[in-house]
Design a binder for this molecule. Structure first.
Ligand code: SF4
Length: 338
């Protein structure tokens, strides 16, 4: 892992046991994340997209060690330059990292304790980590509220007195309170009105630039992901099936699943006619994925040979453009507005 990277995830697996019967014996495994690898540079935004249930949120939570990974490595470069494998750290050694690696949660309605004031909510991480208290804490909360576009005069108010967008700003201020370096943003705008989504995305972008943050940005909607991401990784049934610079993935997807997601992204020019690809068929169960590629039941290009028998590896077909599809070189897939 070279110095330019802050995070490198190698072959990450996160399996959850399926239990059954009176004795709750383990009868299977849900392979929520199954061999995922990627790296994120300092001050980069890597978007993680894909339908609900594809494993992207589990990746984010496992990187933060909210789940103990089944297998794999999570290399993180700390503020002091040390390289640590978060996957192997004993619980007692995770606390200092919790200041550097923070999460923004999806739902600003349920992630904030309704009985606490904004000052208490934003100030709580500062107290837990013994960073500030008293007047200093209050000044820091006021500063954070200003940074996320909230009036510090409202710090004694409760979450229900704010709109959805303002509540997500409170959540962002809480996340920023410990001056993190890496933020996992898990569907941070999906619970918000479309008109508010752009405001929160613009706020995240400007905070990222101002504070030199690195983001792993998770969202099911590719039009949201592309708004903020430098690169995009598309997940399907626990695996990354394509990863590329954001613009390239939108203009020239190489994987049929990414092509379908891209077809749902509205082009910037409203005069361009779009041809939406509707995926038919069921998503395979992560408890029992197909033997070959995971996509044949829904892939309109699938053959009856290698697609169904050999798992396609994630390969770098062009510089920085990775894809897991046997036919990627032959298919000429449509990009945005195509
Ligand atoms: Fe479709 Fe075959 Fe490519 Fe899988 S390997 S995405 S089934 S064409």
């Amino acid at each position: 892992m070279s110095d330019e990277y802050i995070l490198e995830v190698r072959n990450l697996r996160q399996y959850f046991p399926i239990r059954s019967g009176f004795l709750q014996r383990v009868v299977g495994q849900i392979k929520a994340v199954d061999g995922v690898s990627f790296a994120v540079k300092h001050n980069e935004v890597l978007g993680l997209g894909g339908e609900s249930g594809c494993g992207k949120t589990t990746v984010g939570r496992t990187v933060l060690r909210l789940y103990d990974p089944t297998a794999g490595e999570i290399w993180y470069r700390t503020r002091s330059g040390e390289r640590v494998n978060v996957a192997q750290l004993p619980p007692g050694e995770l606390k200092p990292l919790r200041r550097e690696m923070r999460m923004i949660f999806q739902d600003p309605f349920s992630s904030l304790n309704p009985r606490r004031t904004v000052k208490e909510l934003i100030g709580e991480p500062l107290q837990i980590h013994r960073v500030a208290r008293g007047r200093v804490l209050e000044e820091r909360v006021a500063q954070l509220m200003t940074e996320v576009g909230l009036d510090p005069a409202y710090m004694e108010r409760y979450p229900h007195e704010f709109s959805g967008g303002q509540r997500q700003r409170i959540g962002i201020a809480r996340t920023l309170s410990l001056s993190p370096r890496l933020i996992i943003a898990d569907e941070p705008v999906s619970a918000l009105d479309v008109s508010v989504q752009a405001q929160v995305l613009n706020l995240l972008q400007s905070l990222k630039d101002e504070f030199g943050l690195t983001l792993l940005f998770i969202a099911h909607d590719l039009s949201v992901v592309e708004h903020i991401s430098d690169r995009i990784a598309v997940m399907y049934v626990g695996k990354i099936v394509e990863m590329a610079p954001a613009e390239e993935l939108l203009l020239r997807p190489l994987h049929p699943y990414a092509e379908a997601l891209v077809s749902a992204v509205p082009p910037a020019d409203p005069d361009i006619q779009t041809r939406r690809i509707i995926l038919e068929g069921d998503v395979p169960s992560p408890a029992n994925p197909p033997a070959g590629c995971v996509f044949p039941p829904r892939c309109r290009y699938a053959n009856s040979g290698s697609c169904r028998t050999v798992e396609p590896p994630l390969q770098e077909l062009e510089p920085g453009h990775f894809v897991a599809c046997h036919l990627a070189k032959e298919l000429h897939l449509a990009g945005i507005g195509g």
